[in-house]
Design a binder for this molecule. Sequence first.
Ligand code: APR
Length: 317
Amino acid sequence: MARKKIALVGAGNIGGTLAHLIGLKELGDVVLFDVFAGVAAGKALDIMQSGPVDGFDSKMVGSADYAAIEGADVVIVTAGFPRLPGMTRDDLLTKNAEVITKVAEGIKTYAPNAFVICITNPLDVMVWVLQQKSGLPPEKVVGMAGVLDSARFRLFLAEEFGVSVEDVTAFVLGGHGDTMVPLTRYSTVAGIPVPDLVKMGWSTQEKIDAIVTRTANGGGEIVKLLEKGSAFYAPAASAIAMAESYLKDKKRVLPCAVLLNGEYGMNDFYVGVPVVIGDKGVEKIVEVQFTEAEKAAFDKSCDAVKKLIADFKKLGV
Ligand code: APR
């Protein structure tokens, strides 16, 4: 059986980390695409040279030609610009939408059957642009945010409870921004919901509230520490979990940004909800029952995403 082909559009911090993880996990061969062909080729060669040490045979190449992604099974998109000092949010929207439009054309031409994962920010708008401009079916175009936000929530909860991260499950829904909705009621330690753990005296509501706030600001915390650039290890690991579920038809239940078509009473925009990912892409959108407060928080988060899309439409990119 031929190896799977994974194209990484954007060979920056996340792109390089993705390639390394793909090698270590032996998920397939890699094409690193970037406007800087040398960076893409250099990272590809460097990572491939770790193969003899770590015991993987993935072939990796770098390119600035979209033809190189031809026939890819999975495409992970991180191409774009970070928000630089002096840049407004609209400037970033415009610049990255232009990049994503080009990426969408490349995917449409060379990898129309791929499962596409978008990571570029502002995520909920960029993944929507990617789907619209590529014309790929919505179940094959998803955004990575919820797995990362949930991972952050899981880590902070595990630290608070003094238990393994492996035994903590958590759901963070909504848009990828300050309005994201960490659902404590659906977050558990080995199946015991967080509110029950509070009643059992494992923590206090104040501490859980502080963890929720820290999770919502998780990206900003890293940006502040790094000073240059944003998080890349955990975002890469999160996208790999999604790619692996598709490639191995694992049917994992993961929070991802998907196009809603009536689910949760919402239509025609991307936002984070739990989905089943298998070899057909998004195979099911899971509609959880919200309490009134959760519904209000989710609606507020959706409104923030809708506003961003409306702002974007006004820019006329
Ligand atoms: N086509 C291909 N690659 C491009 C294009 C383009 N039109 N424009 C820019 N790039 C490349 C850059 O050359 C760079 O190598 O995208 C890469 C982005 O890498 P980094 O700046 O290192 O950013 P990274 O940390 O990888 O994050 C990428 O993910 O989490 C989000 O906010 C983050 O939007 C950002 C994205």
